[in-house]
Write a protein that binds this ligand. Structure first.
Ligand code: WTA
Length: 653
């Protein structure tokens, strides 16, 4: 509850600047008008937007089919193609406009116009067809954050193949699980790439994944990026440049039904393995497109830099699809914020004339720690809008962003959404909404949110926290979990039977102005540097080590990462102590890195004889969370089977 208290004390209010509002797509009045329209007729509201903003090959007549709710279907009889919307429709008017500016880790740069991007995408699409990929086939992308990743997404979309991107920081084991779950026919990867000066061994991980399973994979397309030697299977692998050399730069888009899956993206949940979140074509594209116009106020002259990797949903919606569907210029940067020095992000922003900058609180906090000098060295005067996504932004980081990067002038859009929601759900509208540091303010037009209690009843009181729910379907929502529709229904609509509420898994509260303050996950999902990790996944990775008997993982607040992984572990045999414990600790961290990926490595591991359980055998996670935070234990531990272990868990014995 201390969290609720602290945000309640946040009284600062930053009204939109008159200068920004005057040029913005939406000012206060226009936003109010949109909201009113959406409230009067939510379905009609989305229908009208879809007609005006998406290029349909066959117009839809059915807007929302809720006959199988909560499996909602939108624009069902319409046909469209995501790649045609992002590329072809701009060729006549913006063919020579730069679509993508790129800077590599080592400073190499390159640009693609819409025409050039279209040609590359067509060649790759034809290349994929020549490998036997057809509509509905799954293609896994395990790629560096370079324009070729966007080309690969667009090429899949173009021929109706379903892409599933696996973030390049995931281990070969995680990659294998995702390839197998998706039943992918083709994998697209690169030899490797450089990030922060380190080589990322992408092809090596693909080779490992395929040698331990993945029977569905027939071909691997390999982009030459790092140029270092990699093991190449001439029967299975094909170089990207050789594949494209033979292809025509024209490829008619495959017109798919609006509900045709555009992509799967695996994300962590409270239980079991990561789930393949399945998105549609038409509805998803509409959400991506409208949110770019409303939230980022995208204008023809903008250079939009979303720093998220294509491996996360933010990199899908705000790199791969949304801004391109608006005909904007995007910047992609392969590297990390602080390599080779603390000013890299700001140098990149300056050199490419970035006007809109969208990043994660963890990056802002890391940059904040490096002081005000690095950004002061660069000319950031082209910036006109700042954004944040991925986790709650603490007011201190918000104020730094506002003061040091925004020079106290630029609007900040704190955008709340999820892999499952497809596009931004709550955010200030920069020319219209007065912002409060730490609040994502209000739902976008056409999105209906609420705060409910344990029984699913709306909470009216402004002090009380509760579950964040979405009360009406929206076009960009996930359609199902790949191969497990029951899990979809149970996870997102099962919490309050009969109420038909989408449960986000976040807790929130709403203040007297109707502003939302997200307080974090209420399920067993951690948010480490803006990356979602299930505690269960990390626990099973730990338990797969031969020395580990049982493990419980919780989050601990962390200055830069937001949350860090804290593991309590019991071992087979005697509890390790001293040097043996140090050695095992290192080994377990590496083991988790190998099983899941470096991002999941625990910062803390504590060994104890048992884990704290109630007499019914449930692990007391609340107690472990307090211990991880180093809090005084005030809660009742009399139900503990073995109260003596508390001091071991605290690292005192
Ligand atoms: C958290 C990322 C507070 C939240 C787009 C959500 C946020 C989870 C915000 C989804 C925000 C994201 N303020 N919390 N502005 N944005 N979150 O699926 O807990 O990687 O449920 O999608 O991140 O993470 P995901």
């Amino acid at each position: 509850m201390s969290n609720i208290q602290s945000v309640l004390e946040e009284k600062r209010l930053f009204p939109p600047s008159a200068e920004f509002s005057a040029k913005a797509r939406l000012d206060k009045d226009k936003l109010a008008a949109l909201r009113a329209e959406a409230e009067k007729d939510p379905v009609g509201f989305w229908a009208e937007l879809a007609r005006r903003n998406i290029a349909w090959q066959t117009p839809f007549r059915t807007v929302l089919d809720d006959s199988q709710a909560p499996n909602y279907r939108w624009f069902t009889d319409g046909r469209t193609n995501a790649s045609a919307n992002c590329l072809d429709r701009h060729l006549g008017t913006k063919g020579d406009k730069i679509a993508i500016r790129f800077e590599g880790d080592k400073g190499d740069t390159k640009t693609w116009t819409y025409r050039a991007l279209h040609a590359e995408v067509c060649k790759l699409a034809n290349g994929l067809k020549s490998l036997g990929v057809t509509k509905g086939d799954r293609v896994v992308l395990y790629m560096p954050h370079t324009p070729e990743a966007v080309m690969a997404m667009q090429a899949c979309a173009r021929i109706g193949a379903v892409h599933s991107i696996v973030f390049g920081g995931f281990s070969s084991g995680s990659l294998r699980d995702r390839i197998e779950d998706a039943g992918a026919k083709v994998v697209i990867t690169a030899d490797g790439n450089s990030r922060g000066g380190n080589i990322i061994e992408l092809k090596k991980a693909v080779n490992e994944a395929l040698s331990s399973g993945c029977k569905s994979v027939e071909k691997v397309v390999v982009l030459k990026r790092s140029g270092h030697d990699v093991a190449f299977d001439a029967k299975r692998d094909v170089w990207w440049h050789e594949l494209l050399a033979k292809q025509s730069s024209n490829c008619d888009p495959e017109w798919v039904e609006s509900e045709h899956p555009l992509f799967l993206l695996y994300t962590s949940g409270s239980t079991g393995k990561p789930k393949g979140i399945q998105h549609s074509t038409g509805g998803y594209l509409l959400g991506a497109h409208m949110s770019c116009l409303w939230v980022f106020d995208l204008q023809d002259s903008d250079v939009f830099w979303c720093t998220a990797d294509v491996g996360w949903v933010t990199g899908h919606t705000y790199v791969g699809y949304g801004p391109l569907s608006c005909g904007a210029t995007i910047l992609m940067f392969e590297g990390v914020p602080t390599w080779p020095d603390a000013g890299r992000f700001w140098k990149v922003a300056q050199d490419h004339g970035v006007t809109i900058f969208y990043t994660a609180p963890t990056a802002i906090r890391a940059l904040m720690k490096l002081g005000e000098e690095p950004p002061a060295k660069y000319d950031l005067s082209k910036l006109r809008l700042l954004g944040s996504v991925g986790e709650p932004i603490n007011p201190e980081a918000w104020m730094w962003y506002h003061r040091v990067i925004g020079k106290e002038k630029l609007p900040i859009v704190d955008t709340w959404w999820q892999t499952e929601t497809g596009a931004i759900m709550m955010s200030p509208i920069p020319g219209a909404t007065a912002t409060k540091p730490g609040s994502c303010t209000q739902p976008l037009p056409g999105i209906f949110a609420d705060v409910v209690d344990e029984a699913g009843e709306a909470i009216k009181s402004v002090e009380a926290g509760g579950y964040l729910v979405i009360t009406k379907p929206w076009p960009a929502m996930l359609r199902t979990i790949w191969g497990d529709n029951e899990r979809y229904i149970k996870t997102y609509f099962g919490q309050f039977p009969g109420k038909n509420l989408y449960v986000a898994g976040d807790s929130t509260h709403r203040d007297k102005d109707g502003y939302y303050w997200i307080m974090g996950r209420i399920d067993d999902v951690l948010n480490v540097s803006g990356h979602r990790l299930g505690t269960m996944e990390i626990e099973s990775a730990l338990v797969s080590h031969p020395r580990v008997a049982e493990a419980a993982v919780v989050g601990r607040p962390h200055e830069v990462k937001g949350e860090s992984v804290f593991a309590f572990v019991t071992c087979k045999g005697a509890r390790p102590q001293g040097e043996e414990a140090d050695k095992l600790l290192k080994e377990l961290r590496e083991h988790v890195g190998k099983e899941i990926g470096a991002l999941a490595k625990p910062d803390d591991i504590r060994f104890s004889d048992n884990l704290p359980k109630t007499r019914s055998g449930k692990i007391m996670r609340r107690l472990l969370r307090s211990i991880a935070k180093g809090e005084e234990i005030t809660q009742d531990i009399s139900t503990l089977e073995n109260p003596a272990i508390v001091s071991q868990l605290q690292g005192k014995a």
